[in-house]
Ligand binder design. Structure first.
Ligand code: OOG
Ligand code: MG
Length: 255
């Protein structure tokens, strides 16, 4: 089988696993990171062909807590579509997911294109807004177990996200307290500094990593900068909330 046919098959398998909320085995195929990013692109192309629209980019494994949780020591990125957005205060249907986990994040709204190697100053100038966010990750692999190439092909486990209120693009994001709460009780506490030392660095890294695959950040894109703490498994009938010091909060309930 040629490389293309192999990557198309992986893309289809992971897309179907997500659609049917059914876990699959880790990829038996040996592929490179480049191959895995191509499989990811092909799998998201299937969503776009079904009518979903690009919403932005997510960064994964930008904190030590996250790397340690999944045993992968490399930053990865994935693609967000409009169908993954859950309205702030909305409901997440557990039956649509395999084993979803929530993560406290900070989102950037991109105002000006950002591509390739950029300085933190250029990255800051591309921001149009900053919001507290929750990412719901849901590895399509059994037991949430994967290697770096598996998770890249699987769109970095991305499956849903919630955005809180937009703050001014120049508000401070350095060392802000961040918490994840289930039913009003904190289950994860951290600082925005856990995200590569400063969440702006995640934006710089995103521009650079995306450029390696002919991609860039575009005006209107959302950039999820990565979780500040380990992810927490969701349960039915809970209230989930993320608070970021000075930025506000956002939440959803599970059913
Ligand atoms: C990979 C995705 C990690 C983050 O914010 O670090 C991620 C995973 O843990 O399944 O989204
Ligand atoms: Mg995340």
């Amino acid at each position: 089988m040629g490389d293309n046919a192999l990557l198309t098959r992986i893309a289809e398998r992971l897309d179907e696993a997500a659609r049917n909320a059914t876990a699959v085995e880790q990829l038996p195929e040996k592929i490179s990171n480049d191959g895995a990013y191509e499989a990811q692109r092909l799998s998201i192309e299937r969503r776009i062909a079904r009518g979903e629209r690009r919403a932005g980019i997510k960064m994964g494994l930008t904190s030590k807590a996250k790397m340690a949780q999944v045993g992968v020591n490399e930053m990865t990125w994935g693609r967000l579509t409009d169908a993954m957005l859950i309205e702030d205060g909305g409901v997440l249907e557990m039956s649509r997911f395999i084993h979803p986990r929530a993560e406290p994040e900070i989102a950037f709204l991109i105002g000006k294109s950002l591509a390739g190697r950029v300085t933190p100053l250029e990255a800051a100038a591309s921001i149009a807004g900053i919001a507290p966010a929750i990412e719901v990750i849901d590895s399509r692999f059994q037991n949430f177990k994967f290697r770096v190439t598996d998770v890249i092909a699987d769109n970095s486990s991305s499956s849903a996200f919630v955005l809180g209120p937009w703050n001014a693009p120049d508000c401070n994001v350095d060392n802000l307290g961040m918490s994840l709460e289930f039913n009003g009780l904190p289950v994860g506490i951290g600082s925005s500094a856990a995200i590569l030392g400063h969440p702006l660095r995640s934006l710089v890294a995103a521009a650079d990593l995306l450029a390696r695959y002919g991609e860039s950040l575009r005006p209107g894109d959302i950039l999820l900068s990565g979780a500040a703490t380990a992810a927490e498994p969701l349960k039915t009938n809970s209230q989930v909330r993320v608070r970021v010091e000075g930025l506000g909060s956002c939440g959803f309930s599970t059913a």
